[in-house]
Ligand binder design. Structure first.
Ligand SMILES: *Cc1c(COP(=O)(O)O)cnc(C)c1O
Length: 442
């Protein structure tokens, strides 16, 4: 099974070619457990199977039970829209078993990944010394960064706290649980964390020993960008680690029409953006940057006799494994590197601006429709709105109908205790026509 097999290769390459060429990709449906169980029964046995049979089972039975995150009609949660160049290069990363653990083993891959991290750091205005690594997702990145924040503070006898807004992503709550740090939840006005609100919370009687603050650009539900400049200033005054979670919205740094909203991000001690969201990379890819990577290295470097050879003490020997909670890792930044090098940064700016303008045009359509009500002006590419008179169950059954008819995957969300409708745009091929088609079903 380690020898080159022409037939197997042709079979899989031809499947991949067909998938890449699909335009549009089908949205597909949630699976039915019994049917999936029947399709899989007995398949893994002692003797193996004809690869054509296995691939057919995948293509006919399994693949249609995975809703295509890269469909232009996938408008729930945060969609995906990897470029073809990035998808193809992901196959190269796999075929070449490219890992990106240490400079000793993988300097060629790491140098390319670091070129992309540098680009992102420059967009954020972080200093030339900033650096980090790619991890599997925003959750892993937030965890890795906040461990560094906790250990860099090291000034507490009791339980330290991290200031967060009530709009912070669920992975921040998880992180704080894991690392044994309590949240100081700062009340927001209009769901946006401001320097003023942070200052008031820090000066309140309940503040405790706050060591860090987490700001979001933009929030997952509504795309709101916190007052990064104000929060940065208060963080400086109070000697707090300033972490910025841009897993979804960080890509807006590439978009001139919204770039001003990110002012203050240049002061971040750590910053996260998920290229597998709005920078059009395949799953799974998150960029994690530190203002002072040495602090991260001191926390994350794994120490073992069999790893000593990786740590030469040479400054230029960059081991991605030293900057997050991981050791073995695939060179998951390379698909983005390849696509950026092929298409140029301008193509990314254009594609990101496309979703921003689609959000603004959709907001106009919603405002003009008397059955609908826009909940707030979109800041980025998430649009919240209500259908007058609808209950929670109305939204749920509408969403199911849309998916059953393959018109769209649009799940409702919660907003101030109410169930509402939400679009998350990101795919450059989502058109205003698709939006009109969906709104017409309400
Ligand atoms: C998506 C998201 C995360 C989590 O990222 P994963 O890649 O899903 O782990 C964290 N923060 C924000 C703001 C997000 O939108």
């Amino acid at each position: 099974m380690h020898d080159y097999d022409e037939r197997l290769t042709d079979l899989v390459f031809s499947y991949m070619r067909d998938r890449l060429a699909m335009d549009p990709v089908p949205l597909d449906h949630p699976g039915v457990k019994d049917k999936l169980d029947i399709a899989l029964a007995g398949l893994i046995n002692a003797e193996g199977n004809d690869p054509a049979k296995v691939l057919d089972i995948y293509a006919d039975q399994l693949a249609p039970s995975v809703i295509s995150a890269d469909s232009p009609r996938f408008l729930s949660f945060i969609p995906a829209a990897p470029t073809k160049a990035a998808l193809l290069f992901d196959m190269v990363v796999s075929c070449a078993s490219l890992q990106g653990i240490s400079w000793l083993e993988a300097s060629g891959a790491i140098a390319a990944e670091n070129q992309v991290l540098r680009l992102i750091a420059d967009k954020a205005g972080m200093p030339g010394t900033a650096g980090g690594c790619f991890v599997s997702g925003g959750s892993a990145a937030n965890l890795s960064a906040l461990v560094v924040a906790r250990d860099a503070a090291r000034r507490t006898a009791g339980r330290p706290r991290v200031a967060v807004s009530d709009q912070a992503h669920s992975s921040i709550t998880n992180t704080l649980n894991i690392i044994g740090v309590d949240p100081l939840v700062v009340k927001t006005s209009d769901h946006r964390l401001t320097g003023e609100a942070l200052r008031a919370a820090l000066e309140g009687d309940e503040a405790g020993d706050v060591i860090a603050v987490v700001a979001t650009c933009g929030t997952t539900n509504a795309g709101i960008i916190d007052d990064l400049a104000g929060v940065a200033e208060v963080a400086r005054e109070h000697d707090l680690w300033f972490h910025v979670d841009g897993a979804y919205g960080g890509a807006g740094l590439f978009a001139p029409s919204v770039r001003g909203l990110y002012d203050g991000i240049e002061h971040a001690d750590s910053f996260v953006v998920d290229p597998h969201k709005w920078l059009f990379a395949p799953f799974d890819c998150a960029a994690l940057l530190y203002r002072n990577p040495r602090l991260a290295k001191a926390v994350h470097t794994q120490d073992a006799s069999y790893l000593d050879v990786l740590h030469t003490g040479e400054e230029e020997d960059w081991n991605p494994t030293d900057y997050a909670y991981h050791l073995t890792r695939r060179a998951r930044g390379l698909p983005l590197w390849f696509s950026l090098a092929v298409h140029g940064v301008g193509a990314y700016t254009e594609a990101i601006e496309k979703a921003l303008s689609l959000a603004r045009r959709s907001a106009d359509l919603i405002r003009e429709n008397e059955k609908l009500e826009l909940i707030r002006e979109p800041t980025l590419s998430a649009v919240l709105f209500r259908r007058r008179g609808w209950t929670h169950d109305d939204y749920r059954s509408w969403s199911e109908r849309l998916l059953a008819g393959q018109i769209g995957f649009v799940t409702p969300t919660g907003w101030e205790g109410e169930t509402v409708a939400r679009f998350a745009f990101l795919h450059p091929n989502t058109t205003i026509g698709i939006v009109e088609e969906i709104l017409a079903t309400m």
